[in-house]
Design a protein around this ligand. Sequence first.
Ligand SMILES: Cc1ncc(COP(=O)(O)O)c(C=O)c1O
Length: 368
Amino acid sequence: MPRFPDHLLGDGPTNPFPGIRVLERRLGREIPHRLGSNEGLDMPHDALRRHFGDAMVEHVYCYGDAEALGIRQRLADQQGLPLEAMLVDAGADSLIALALRTVATAGCSVVGTSGTYPTFGYFARGQGCRLVEVAYDEGPGRLAPDLEALLGAARRHDARLVYLANPDNPSGHLHDDDAIRQLRAELPDDCWLLLDEAYHDFREDADGPFSREVLPGVIRLRTLSKAHGLAGLRVGYAIAEPETLAMMMKVRIHYAVSTLSQAAAEVVLDHPRESRAHVAAVLERRQRLADHLRGLGAEVLPSATNFIAIRLPDADLAERINRELLEAGRLIARPANPGLGHVLRITAVEDALVPGRLAILEEALASR
Ligand SMILES: Cc1ncc(COP(=O)(O)O)c(C=O)c1O
């Protein structure tokens, strides 16, 4: 079993505000009169009502359910995930911070891939961790987090945690389930695997048995920002063993997911056909975008996400295309990490397929 910091063991911190929803569940009955939690319950909210309507205002008065039971129940029913193995927080980003706060201490080593989703390194540094980064495994047709290198670094540096985005951002690469199992099995017992599955819903096997597995020593992260279109409302969830989640609950910002966000997530989860249709449309657009750019000679890397990554021959060309597109009001993504300066990432939205939208890129490809 991987380590938790000493200060969380034993009595550790105890969350002072589990909230009224949790109390109601403990008592087994509703508490109709809320006279004690200092919320602004008497606010008429005329302006909000005029702007958003009465239904929205119902959700703004009270602190949210710190256990987000409604969301977890829906995920459990729909995906077969165990209710007690899920923790909801304000997006996968918040969960990265929470996972680090739960398992890492200042000065400990954590390992990631140089150029991958940068929030992990940002939070790790902010917490005083020693960030060890390994290079991508790069070859013809391949740009992938290097599992062997991550493993080697974890062993050499006595790492507390290894971060892996799978599918990866920005490469789009997906390591298969066996590779993930093997990585976990070969990591030192006391090292956590933080498996960021923000793009999980775009996997063709998103509903497969592996998607429901609660893996010892692994904290899996998912989000409603992508396939469910709720990025602005900040809802994500972790899948881990209940003892791990209990530790995370000790250091969690209890009302981080607002009542409104929870209510909206429940509505969206109650209409899974809409999200499934959205995912299907994204995959179809991704294919069209990739075919179009391949047809112009671009190296489009395989992607299991809602974006494509293009590898250009050099970073200067990528920088120029990115800059000129931005000057023309078209924001694509170029990783800030110099190791991936030759990569451009484009999200498979309809706007990217509008004829002429990416003309600057198309012309640059044609003139090579
Ligand atoms: C790999 C990865 N993890 C996490 C996130 C953040 O997700 P959320 O909106 O749930 O915080 C993103 C968003 O781009 C991402 O690419």
